[in-house]
Design a protein around this ligand. Sequence first.
Ligand SMILES: Nc1ncnc2c1ncn2[C@@H]1O[C@H](COP(=O)(O)OP(=O)(O)OP(=O)(O)O)[C@@H](O)[C@H]1O
Ligand SMILES: [Mg+2]
Length: 628
Amino acid sequence: MYAIMIYDRFQQESIDYINAGHSVIVSAPTGAGKTAIAEHVIETCIQNKQGVIYTAPIKALSNQKFRDFDAKYPGHIGILTGDVSINQDASVLIMTTEIFRNKILDDPESLKKYSWIIFDEIHYIDNPERGTVWEESLMFLPIHMNILALSATIPNIDEFAKWLESIHKKDVKVVIESKRPVPLRFYYQCHNRIIDSWHDLRRARERRPNKLASIISYMRDKDGLPCIYFVFGRKRAEDLAFELYSFDFLKGTEKDEVSALFADLCERFDLRSEPSAARLLPLVERGIAYHHAGMLPTLKEVIERLFASKLIKVIFTTETFALGINMPSRSVVFDELSKYYGRFIRCLKTRDFYQMAGRAGRRGMDKEGFVYSRVNLQRVRQEEVKRIIYGKPEEVHSQLNTSYATILSLYAKYRENLFEVYPLSFHSFQAGGNQQKKAVALMDSKLNLLKDWDYIKPNKLTDKGLFARAVCGYELLLSELYAEGVFEGLDSISLGMIAVSTVFEPRRIQQLGSIPKAARPIKDACEEIYQKIRHKEAVSRIYPFSKPAHFHLAYPIFLWMHNESFSKIIQHSVTDEGGLVRYFRMAIQILREIKDAPISPVLKDNLSKAIRLINRDVVDAEKQLREG
Ligand SMILES: Nc1ncnc2c1ncn2[C@@H]1O[C@H](COP(=O)(O)OP(=O)(O)OP(=O)(O)O)[C@@H](O)[C@H]1O
Ligand SMILES: [Mg+2]
């Protein structure tokens, strides 16, 4: 029925286990071919008329998989993320892990028809903010579902599998591939020389700064293009691209081809009169581009397609280009070997390094992939370079941090016995006695706060409790606004302003500018409630504290909901274009979640109207997905 591919050993082994009815965890390097295993599950399920769910950690990846799978298995694929919902009843359903977790906790009946769950990039369980979602999904997974978990290389994969076996009481097979299909070769730029061994980093006598032009010329002369150049900063990506302006990588007809393709794509994605697209044109005509989260999602997509067409020879990009999307290249460059982890700049983790480095070397096209690291020995020590590149990838550790919403869901199910679920967690499996006690104590504090504050009374969730359960991540602030009747009195535009202010997180230096008059009473209400929340959490020692609302984007969304153009509202925004679209999409998601809570019909109508007013043009993710 489908194209035959000669499977690699690890693919075949995984497939044999799947056919024998086992759950499987696969740990294999970037670009090794994990998708083929997922596709085998999908094909088997389609043939047997069974349902399968596929989860990915980021929406860009879910969207790409939707496109790929839909092209391969037309009519069988659906997608459900906070942003888009297409063909929801399809037997193969792609979703974010958050949505899957919520289904497990609040509507497990709806999962009856699915016999498999595929977790792509499951090493995300280690993510400090979101890892708990993977952990909870696995803890409470319905027993009828088989698991296919796909992971980057992690050394404690066996421990992970043992945990799963212990809670699901069935075999979980581990398949490990350590070899890359295309081997990598490492180079360094240090004191503006290119060397091929980290031993030699210190040898260079003459101290000279690394030059961009030197490394790019070197790669070009060695036939090392195309290259993906990873930087850790949006502005840096653009600056470097323009620094390369004197280069021209395109020959003969390539120039005309790229101009035509770019014009065509801009037309298709409504970007013809978009200044940020125009800014890229002269670069694109030279085979150069940049790609980062600050750009319009549609423009990012245009650039991805140009890169896939092989007409872009050097792309400057942030880390998002490294995750899961199949965009290989001959070479990869690291601008530096450190990046922001949370609040601090630190040396790269080995796992993160390989997630990016693994983009080098295209299967079937390159014998080797080349990985260049630009090293400044004043900023990173030689031993660190060695550790990053030749060290063991980091283990994954539980990041369990049960949200108020999850505690409410668990309470609805288990009542006072809810702490009995803790021993099911990866946290409990990994942690020592003291840490276990702390984790349970934190859950207990959260539960007590919820009881004290009438989210649970006497033995069941109140309306406020049901509301809070629907708005994971923003439970207390939104539920208190709801309980005080604030939402009922608001029009759709004010609802939009609350939503975007709830999700927005300013950087340290961002001052709050002017806000619409209508936002002032809402802001006061939010601040008053937040003081109470903060006080209660501090007294109960619940860390980290819930997030306050920030009204920096109230004015842009106010204008947007009054039908102003994107180019107008961006002038009033403290974030860049990509950030603004992302926050507007998050606002839509939270409005949708409120809509699912027990609320009045009038409020429901106003929420629908708010969603309609925000979800248009570049903000409309579903439009982007359908048109592409
Ligand atoms: N057995 C095979 N023979 C030839 N090519 C293959 C084989 N398996 C996979 N490929 C090709 O390898 C490329 C990378 O595969 P894939 O995207 O599945 O990697 P991955 O392991 O999921 O990596 P990532 O960590 O980036 O998610 C694809 O172009 C795919 O078609
Ligand atoms: Mg993959």
